[in-house]
Design a protein around this ligand. Structure first.
Ligand SMILES: [Zn+2]
Length: 394
């Protein structure tokens, strides 16, 4: 295992990562300055570039290809970061700072570290005699529900690009993660009827009917915990569902006409993402709505899916899994399953076998004083260096 004092990254990696941290790409901001900077670097090293913009053209995905032909490996990362609002940082979050063998800054581990290492290798990618292409995919809006990556993948397919594997460099301490849960977020609107609270029977209380649906959600969660499918290796080894925000009512003496709540579920690989919503819709159509409409014909309940991430379920026999394990050698290895969702499952759903493997720890992500250790950057450099060798004509 290489854990010696010489396990420090190159200046090129430090410089790239520092540049990346300097762009404030909090998801609410444009990422175009970062994308232009990365595109320059990749293009001058010889990559062919493809851009895919959001509707407002304020954000872009970038897909860069070194080499030509079918197949190849995608190195994928999201360019956006979570906000620093309200967090107590020791140093400016958008100025990289090295202290005690760690590089600090927003996005240091999640996930500009991986992108920094990849970009630092651009010239090497360009100079290599590649047997199959090496692709670099940079997305926007991952942190707000993986909104950018579907466009990136659609554009990749339109271009006829058919990578044979994808490595998503979310922080895993450079372990290979083959599996994570999927998730969905729903908004539920319950429409009742307002009335003066002295005339309660003339109204239809939206909050009270919403609470019946919420109770059913809690029942579902308890059933899942006690009798649902279990997969060992996850922090929580079963699928979960919970109501996380609620709003309703506009006066203490008014029967509330409207109630809106959000619930989220996270399902195990292999579990149908429609399972929970199907049960809830059945309950609403069969029990809640008939009751409501008996009192008021205009009553309504609607569900809207506002976020969706597929589960990741890579196989150890997948070529990309075997390749990543081989590149890591004996230094690291299999990391099993993680609780958080990633863009890897989107690539997997598009027919590109994917794993997650990147420098830094998810424990440091999204927090004040986010950092990546220099040792992790070094491990990632070795990984990427070996990948180039593997993909090159010997
Ligand atoms: Zn991330």
């Amino acid at each position: 295992m290489t854990r010696t004092a010489d396990a420090t990254p190159t200046q090129a990696t430090i410089d790239c990562l520092s540049q990346l941290i300097g762009f404030d790409t909090t998801s609410r901001n444009s990422n175009l300055a970062l994308i232009e900077w990365a595109a320059d670097r990749l293009a001058s090293a010889g990559a062919t570039l493809r851009y895919d913009y959001n509707a407002a053209r304020s954000k872009a995905n970038l897909f860069a290809t070194f080499g030509a032909g079918p197949g190849g490996v995608v190195l994928s990362g999201h360019t956006d970061v979570v906000p620093v609002d309200g967090q107590a940082w020791t140093s400016d979050p958008f100025t990289a700072q090295i202290r005690d063998g760690r590089l600090y800054g927003r996005g240091a581990c999640d996930m500009k570290a991986f992108i920094g290492v990849v970009l630092a290798h651009a010239e090497r990618f360009g100079a290599a005699k590649l047997r199959e292409p090496l692709h670099v995919a940079l997305s926007y809006d991952e942190e707000v529900g993986c909104l950018g990556v579907p466009g990136l993948i659609a554009d990749m397919k339109d271009a006829g690009l058919t990578p044979s594997g994808c490595i998503v460099g979310e922080p895993t301490d450079m372990r290979v993660i083959a599996s994570h849960k999927g998730g969905r977020i729903y908004r539920c609107n319950v429409r009742g009827c307002a009335a003066h609270s002295s005339l309660t029977p003339k109204g239809l209380n939206a909050i009270e009917y919403a609470s019946r649906i919420i109770s059913r959600i809690q029942d579902l969660a308890e059933e899942e915990e006690s009798q649902g499918e279990r997969i060992d290796g996850f922090d929580v080894p079963f699928s979960t569902i919970s109501t996380n925000t609620i709003e309703g009512g506009n006066g203490r003496n008014i029967i509330p006409a409207d109630c809106e709540f959000y619930f989220e579920y996270r399902f195990l690989p292999g579990v149908s993402p429609d399972r929970f919503i199907d049960v809830l819709k059945q309950y609403v159509d069969g029990t809640v709505l008939p009751k409501m409409r008996k009192r008021n014909a205009l009553a309504d309940v609607s569900f809207e899916c506002v976020g969706s991430i597929p589960a990741l379920d890579a196989q150890e026999s997948d070529e990309i899994h075997r390749l990543a394990m081989a590149l890591l050698g004996d230094a690291h290895g299999r990391g099993g399953k993680v609780a958080y969702g990633t863009e890897a499952s989107f690539f997997q759903n598009a027919g590109v076998p994917s794993i997650v493997c990147g420098p830094g720890s998810i424990d440091q992500a999204h927090k004040a004083d986010e950092y990546v250790s220099l040792e992790q950057l070094y491990q990632c450099e070795r990984f990427i260096g070996r990948l180039v060798e593997r993909l090159s004509v010997s």
